[in-house]
Design a protein. Structure first.
Length: 240
């Protein structure tokens, strides 16, 4: 019987960004890679809130599944692991370049204000302009040309105003921190980071100390988006 896997993409991506991982998984897995609200085919689904996204996930997901999340999707996956509607359904977490959020209220509010300013700018851009700007984000630096081209094409599936809404509703400043609740997550968690992604490598190491059952895998030569640079390595981390 095929194992069920749900894959949550990052900000500015769509479910199609997981295609290389899905291909690497093969026929022994049944994969679900939805577009999260504010992105792709779900661009105009409202409201764009964590609660609504978790409701979407609960409705879409099979009875038992492994949950994989990248960046924003990883942040959402941690909230999903703590959501009452999904308790007992998630049998494994695979988190790529993920964070439990910003721990202090003051720092979170500063980030929320910064995200709001960026969202206002995005509202006035074309998708081509924003895709080029976001590609220059420091944490995304150093992507191979083939990866950068695929990511750019994926970003063009979005709408600027919808991405602005996602930034306001699902951004790092918008979501509450779950650092203090990591000890409640009993689901085995595989934390994957690229060795060029030092910021999230540090976060993964700190998360592993708080999660009851966690491992950290550092992928050599990869940056923040390990699933794009090394899809076979991510596929191998998904339980069989």
């Amino acid at each position: 019987m095929a194992r069920d896997v749900v894959l949550l993409h990052g900000f500015t991506h769509t479910g199609a960004s997981w295609n290389p991982v899905v291909a690497a998984l093969g026929e022994s897995y049944r994969s679900f890679a939805p577009d999260i609200r504010g992105h792709g085919s779900a661009a105009w689904r409202a409201p764009v809130t964590l609660e609504a996204v978790l409701d979407d996930l609960a409705a879409l997901a099979p009875t038992r599944f492994t949950l994989v999340g990248y960046s924003m999707g990883g942040r959402i996956a941690l909230h999903a692991a703590l959501a009452p509607a999904l308790q007992g359904r998630i049998d494994g977490l695979v988190l790529i370049g993920a964070s439990p959020g910003i721990a202090t209220a003051a720092e979170r509010e500063a980030r929320r204000a910064a995200d709001e300013r960026l969202a206002d700018e995005v509202d006035r851009m074309t998708i081509e302009q924003f895709a080029e700007r976001w590609a220059r984000t420091p944490v995304l630096a150093g992507q191979p040309a083939r990866v950068a081209a695929a990511v750019h094409a994926d970003r063009l599936r979005n709408q600027p105003a919808a991405l602005a809404g996602a930034l306001r509703g699902l951004g790092t400043g918008a979501l509450p921190s779950v650092w203090s609740r990591l000890s409640e997550i009993r689901t085995p968690a595989a934390l994957i980071v690229g060795d060029r992604d030092q910021k999230f490598g540090t976060i993964a190491a700190e998360m592993a100390l708080e999660l009851p059952d966690a491992s950290v895998a550092v992928v050599q030569g990869a940056g923040h988006a390990v699933h794009l640079e090394s899809p076979a390595r991510v596929a191998a981390a998904i339980p069989r």
